[in-house]
Design a protein around this ligand. Structure first.
Ligand SMILES: [Zn+2]
Length: 99
């Protein structure tokens, strides 16, 4: 019987990729936020396979500002390039932010 044996070549547990860069012609690195041992969100960096640079670039998210339609407060959020802009902040509409 056929079994799905597809392997994940890359670590997909990263909470939020915020940058991909190569320094001094050396190795590619990905910068990402994730939870540390104390369950706090921290910045991490990791060497990556150059063949997967495109993958991490697609996953990369940028920090944006917007004004909430409901409460009028400014809020910050991360989004990927092709995701739509949220109009309401985390408190007014928590459901729109899914990870
Ligand atoms: Zn709001």
């Amino acid at each position: 019987m056929y079994k799905n044996k597809s392997k994940t070549v890359h670590n997909c547990t990263m909470l939020r990729v915020i940058g991909v860069s190569k320094k001094h012609n050396s190795v590619w690195r990905v910068y990402f936020h994730d939870y540390n041992d104390d369950d706090k969100i921290c910045l991490f960096t990791k060497k990556i396979n150059p063949l997967l640079v495109w993958f991490y670039k697609l996953k990369k998210q940028k920090l944006y500002n917007n004004i909430c339609d409901v409460c009028g407060n400014e809020f910050k959020f991360y989004k990927k390039r092709f995701e739509k802009m949220p109009d309401e902040c985390f408190e007014c509409n928590p459901d729109q932010f899914e990870y």
